[in-house]
Design a protein. Structure first.
Length: 373
């Protein structure tokens, strides 16, 4: 018998005593583990090392019921970066923002904005996001206007295409797709975010996680684990992302551009089939704004040659001559800030409301964005 083997007594009484001791030891270990987890949770919260709340995506049952990708009826003060707290509200249909009806009211201009965290609005409150500020601009000109925030952080066009399909039954007059710096490079990932979300939904919907998840998803320990996983994925993609700023002799950039272009054409054709206007927006990062980008000029040329209405926000943001700390969330984070989104929404609204461009908008007689030069 090895030194680690456990000897079980032979008599019934001895076996009962042995079993009682074993059960007590297991209970003590379980209690010690719970105490350790509680202490770890308290430390994480006390020193703001991880947020205690996070915005949950849908499970399998919710995915079949609502068009949005977030679990309905959430109101969270997101503290993923304590220096940049922000409030997130998820409505009954799984989208970020205020409630709206599935059926489009008569005379309402309805816009769906699709993209990643630049659309969702990381690190800004609900009313400061790109879609929310665009909605206010359009309402000033059109009266009843709704901009649906269909942003989903970390995604690229291959993930946003199925998101578009889920939003089309909401009868949008216009769909705005927002491109950001890593969208082409992220096509290199071995598995799409859409597939990862599908796997996540299935896990959350199966026992035992179906029971545990509703309890643990609002703990600092859980959100720390999610942050560690997200960081590892980001680091894994840093090499491919750097291709946007360097000469690529291997042909990888050309291959990924072609893939993005094909997906963009499919996006265009889907909306043509639904008689829905399509606007393609390019939102530069701070680095692209200051130092230029190899992808933005290529995207402008591609859109122009394929009958895609496109708007590069680089000129408008650059013309503001505002520092990065105003346009973006520097020095804490590189996402846009409320001022950057305000400039972007104003520019996009003027683009959308140019004469003859937006038949679905019943322009007000006086004032409004459409009168701007």
């Amino acid at each position: 018998m090895s030194a680690t083997a456990v000897s079980v007594p032979g008599s019934p009484a001895a076996r009962r005593d042995w079993l009682a001791v074993a059960v007590r030891r297991l209970l003590l270990m379980a209690v010690a583990l719970v105490i350790a987890l509680v202490i770890a949770e308290l430390v994480l919260r006390l020193f703001h090392l991880a947020p205690a709340q996070g915005v949950a995506t849908v499970n399998a049952r919710q995915f079949a019921r609502v068009p949005g990708m977030f679990a309905p009826h959430q109101h969270v003060r997101d503290l993923q970066k304590p220096a940049l707290p922000y409030v997130v509200t998820i409505d009954s249909l799984g989208f970020r923002g205020a409630e709206f009806t599935r059926a489009k009211p008569a005379n309402q201009l309805r816009v769906v904005m699709v993209g990643d965290s630049y659309v969702y609005g990381d690190f800004v409150d609900d009313d400061q996001t790109f879609p929310a500020q665009l909605e206010r601009q359009l309402r000033r000109a059109c009266g009843d206007a709704l901009v649906i925030n269909a942003g989903l952080g970390g995604t690229t066009i291959v993930d946003q295409a199925p998101m578009l399909q889920r939003a089309l039954p909401l009868a949008p007059d216009v769909v705005v797709l927002v491109y950001v710096v890593d969208d082409i490079a992220n096509l290199e990932a071995s598995k799409s975010d859409w597939d990862l979300l599908a796997e996540n939904r299935e896990r959350k919907s199966q026992f035992p996680l179906s029971v545990v998840y509703p309890i643990v998803h609002n703990t600092a320990l859980w959100n720390l684990a999610l942050r560690v996983r997200a960081t590892s994925l980001i680091r894994a993609g840093e090499t491919s992302l750097s291709q946007d700023y360097s000469h690529d002799s291997t042909g990888t950039t050309s291959r990924l551009r072609n893939r993005y272009g094909d997906a963009l054409l499919a996006f265009r054709d889907t909306l043509k089939a639904h008689n829905t206007r399509f606007v393609f927006v390019m939102y530069p990062s701070a680095a692209e704004l200051r130092h230029g980008s190899v992808n933005l000029p290529w995207l402008e040329r591609f859109a122009a040659s394929h009958d895609i209405a496109a708007l590069n926000l680089q000129a408008a943001l650059g013309a503001s001559q505002l520092p990065d700390t105003t346009l973006y969330r520097f020095p804490v984070d590189g996402h846009p800030g409320p001022t950057g989104y305000a400039i972007a929404s104003d520019t996009l609204a003027k683009h959308m409301l140019a004469p003859g461009e937006l038949a679905a908008c019943r322009l007000r007689e006086k004032g409004g964005v459409h009168n701007a030069p």
